[in-house]
Design a protein around this ligand. Structure first.
Ligand code: FAD
Length: 459
């Protein structure tokens, strides 16, 4: 069977003509000056020159585009907000970008089911803005909200800081509509709470990183807004101390929904980058950002907290809370400002996080004693973001050493960002041979020509 292959310029022009008939002239880009921005990811690590960028306006157009690309054996890279960290949505030279950003419809809220159907191109921030006046909220949130689309978040099964309380994207997706590699449309948008009629195709598409289908619409769960919020920035003496705080919060503070951590080195870099004031009179080895939310004021639940942290500052107004989160959420852009980083988003059992933090330093120093480590993450999920600046972007010795350490601690080489192009070669560290074989067979069954996001997720 013929498989998708990179397009030669003449074949790309022919395909562009066909695609223009489907989506309209203005929605197919072939001029390199216009397609270039779709080929560079936020980290600077992944770059490609797409043959074309096509932006359909509805599901029927997506289906026709997929069919045309499949017939031309053109590899198709679904792209949402392009805020992903592992190169999954970044085209390689000669691939076709399928941008979903025009799919921005939001349908009326189904109040009884507490669900709403949205287009895949709606950004997380736009969705949050839509829900707030309706006294509703979406329970997945993260610092990439202004760019990340709900379709991209479903495709990567995004996590974020509230996953410890509300789960990841998969827990909030009640159904999807997706275009498969042959152009057929799979629709699971009824949002039935109970439907035990075979395989969970929604669950399969969520987290499939654009390799099994193109998500066009999603049925999302929404929750009543919890208007009372408190954010606390706390200093603690160690990551072991941070785990003691986490244990207390988990057992005594039902309203806690986020416990993120970062370190002194990261805070210094953020302060330099953004000219922010020091949060406390002295520095601490570890910092926590804790967030509680409820229908009533969560402050009373937090009484015992001050006894177990060295220092803390709290805010309950939106601006003050944003200001405290800024120290944590600016870490990503700060790291990128230092150079092209090695970004390793991993998880280990929560109790192993302090050991991982100690050993990862040794592992990195053994490869490159000059490398700078900026270490932060979502404490409640054992999710660490290991950012290493200094080593050349194509020197993968540090990535390998860190991921091997993760595997030795029974962790996962990708906690929430996915595998993309960045980690395919290490998938077998934390997924078994039978698991990878099953994944390959699913891919071959749904996309036998390898049209959708070839080379991502699996080696
Ligand atoms: C500051 C910052 C903070 C972040 N924090 C977090 C965090 O806490 N947790 C977290 O999980 N992520 C985080 N991210 C990463 C990123 O925002 C998420 O991975 C997000 O889910 C990607 O959405 P996107 O629309 O940008 O997808 P893209 O980057 O465009 O694509 C990501 C993957 O999904 C596929 N894809 C995109 N749209 C579709 C679709 N409609 N159908 C099928 N496949 C599709 C792509 O092919 C690619 O494989 C952060 C990013 C930034 C910049």
């Amino acid at each position: 069977m013929c498989r998708a292959h990179l397009l030669e310029p003449a074949a790309a022009e022919l395909l562009a003509t066909e695609l223009r008939q489907i989506v309209g002239d203005g929605n197919v880009l072939s001029d390199p000056a216009l397609t270039a921005s779709f080929g560079h990811d936020l980290t600077g690590r992944f770059n490609g020159r797409p043959a074309l960028v096509v932006s359909p306006g509805d599901t029927a157009e997506v289906a026709a585009v997929v069919q045309a690309c499949a017939a031309a054996q053109a590899p198709l890279v679904p792209q949402g907000g392009h805020s992903g960290m592992v190169g999954g949505g970044t085209p390689r030279d000669g691939e076709v970008v399928l941008s979903l950003r025009r799919l921005t419809a939001i349908e009326p809220v189904d109040r009884v089911a507490a669900q709403v159907t949205v287009g895949a191109g709606v950004t997380l921030e736009a969705f949050q803005r839509f829900l707030r006046p309706l006294d509703l909220e979406f329970l997945v949130d993260h610092g990439g909200r202004s760019a990340a689309t709900l379709g991209g978040m479903a495709a990567t099964n995004a996590g974020g800081s509230q996953a410890m309380r509300h789960g990841m994207m998969r827990d909030q997706v009640a159904g999807v509509e997706a275009v498969l590699a042959d152009g057929s449309v799979l629709s699971r948008l009824r949002g039935l709470a109970k439907d035990n009629t075979g395989y969970d195709l929604t669950g399969l598409l969520v987290g499939s990183e654009g390799t099994l289908g193109v998500i066009t619409r999603l049925r999302l769960r929404v929750a009543p807004l919890r208007p009372k919020r408190v954010t606390i920035l706390a200093g603690v003496e160690s990551l072991d101390g941070a785990l003691a705080v986490l244990e207390l919060l988990q057992s005594r503070v039902p309203s806690v929904q986020a416990v993120d951590f970062f370190e002194q080195a990261g805070l210094r870099r953020v302060r330099e980058h953004l000219q922010l004031p020091a949060p406390f009179e002295r520095e601490y080895p570890t910092y926590l950002v804790i967030e509680c939310a409820g229908r009533t004021d969560p402050a009373d639940e937090l009484d015992g907290l001050l006894a177990v942290v060295a220092d803390a500052v709290a805010a309950d107004d939106p601006e003050g809370r944003r200001g405290l989160w800024r120290y944590r959420e600016a870490l990503n852009e700060t790291v990128t400002s230092l150079g092209i980083p090695h970004k390793l988003d991993v998880s280990v059992p929560v109790a192993s996080l302090p050991r991982f933090a100690r050993e990862v330093r040794d592992v990195i120093a053994a490869v490159d004693s000059e490398a700078e480590l900026i270490f932060y993450g979502h404490l409640g999920d054992g999710n660490a973001h290991v950012n290493v600046v200094g080593p050349a972007p194509d020197d993968l010795r540090i990535d390998e050493a860190v991921l091997e350490l993760v595997a030795s601690l029974d962790g996962s080489i990708s906690a929430e960002h996915g595998v993309g192009l960045a980690k395919t070669q290490w998938l077998s560290l934390t997924r078994s041979a039978p698991e990878i074989r099953a994944m390959r067979e699913i891919k071959a069954a749904l996309d036998p020509r390898g049209v959708l996001n070839p080379g991502r997720l699996m080696p």
